[in-house]
Design a protein around this ligand. Structure first.
Ligand SMILES: *Cc1c(COP(=O)(O)O)cnc(C)c1O
Length: 339
């Protein structure tokens, strides 16, 4: 049996909406983009939603819109996808990494000394909401792994992502949400080359998302409840089979699942090798950001800097996880794991 790590769930509605765009002759800034943004804001519970061509672009625009340029110091977690830290370097700001909580795998913001910080970029890792206290500094939520969880309304703005392994996909894509009209207007202008009306009034980018992508996203968003239910079902199948295995820690329950990451108290790398030779794709989510070659070289980070993130990252295995994973496939993964 060969079981991929993730697999998109594209149905007839996605195809129908894409065909409507292709037939409409309006491939950008059309009806589907307006609908996708409108329904997305309504779903998350914010005033505004702005589509962009990736989660990474969305984070970049948010930091710029908040005025977080080279003088700023911005805190985030070393236990995340690398884009969470890279976006801070895009704007030339000072990156401050903060170690994680051993249970939730999120940054513990209650222990953060905010006096020297301009902003914090909390990540809702694997779909589990990171608790965000009132801090008196700018907050950009990296909600790229957490659509469907109660997130996205605590910060000044939040960003979601739609790569094919996320809860919903547009192929490539992302969404900025905010209640702040100023942030929305700035992001909207910078998404489209710094335009305001017919002139170019600031430095901008091309971070637009086409209507073809938005059509896929709109269909996926209309199916979000069904998608979240399917993912919770798969997570439950795993939990039933693995929760009593004494060398495995299963992840905490959550409303919205991004990936299914277990922690093992055995030789993780040997286990992953074994899974892969039996056709079970798996991954070591995450390699800590500070130990990647780029961050070691540019910022002098080394082993021991963030001990909890490092310990956790040596124990984790992301198992195959997607909407249409069957109970039989889950059985097979769990059997191979316990062999
Ligand atoms: C996926 C992801 C991103 C970036 O999304 P892209 O659309 O791939 O640019 C950012 N942060 C986290 C935590 C992610 O998981």
């Amino acid at each position: 049996m060969n079981i991929p790590l993730s697999s998109p769930d594209i149905g007839d509605l996605e195809k129908k909406y894409v065909m409507e765009v292709l037939d409409s002759q309006q491939l950008c800034f059309g009806e589907k983009q307006r609908e996708f943004e409108r329904k997305f804001a309504e779903y998350v519970g914010t005033k505004y939603a702005l589509s962009v061509n990736s989660g990474t672009s969305g984070l970049h625009l948010c930091l710029l819109a908040l005025g977080l340029e080279p003088w700023a110091t911005i805190a985030t977690t070393p236990f995340s996808f690398i884009a969470s830290a890279n976006c801070i370097n895009f704007v030339g700001a000072e990156l401050e990494l903060v170690d994680i909580d051993d249970d939730t795998l999120n940054m513990d913001l209650t222990r953060l000394d905010t006096s020297l910080l301009s902003a914090v970029l909390p990540v809702h890792v694997f779909g589990l909401p990171c608790k965000i206290p009132k801090m008196g500094i700018s907050i950009i939520e990296d909600a790229c792994e957490a659509l469907g969880a109660p997130v996205g309304t605590e910060g000044d703005c939040a960003v979601f992502a739609f790569y094919p392994n996320k809860q919903i996909t547009t192929g490539e894509g992302g969404m900025i949400v905010t209640d702040d009209k100023k942030i929305y207007d700035l992001c909207k202008s910078m998404r489209n080359q710094g335009r305001e009306g017919d002139s170019f009034v600031r430095l901008g980018y091309n971070y637009r998302l086409s209507d073809i992508n938005c059509a896929v996203g709109l269909a996926q968003l209309e199916r979000i409840e069904e998608i979240l239910v399917k993912r919770r079902q798969v997570a439950n199948w795993y939990k039933e089979r693995l929760k009593d295995v004494d060398w495995i820690i299963v992840p905490e329950d959550r409303k919205s699942w991004f990936v299914y990451v277990i922690r093992v108290k055995k030789d993780r790398d040997a286990l992953m090798q074994k899974l892969q030779t039996k056709g079970v794709q798996c991954k070591n989510y995450f390699q800590p950001i500070h130990l990647t070659p780029f961050y070691r070289r540019e910022f002098g980070y080394k082993e021991g800097d963030f001990p909890v993130a490092e310990k956790v990252s040596k124990e984790t295995i992301a198992l195959p996880f997607f909407n249409n994973l069957t109970e039989k496939q889950v059985d097979y993964v769990c059997e191979v794991l316990q062999e």
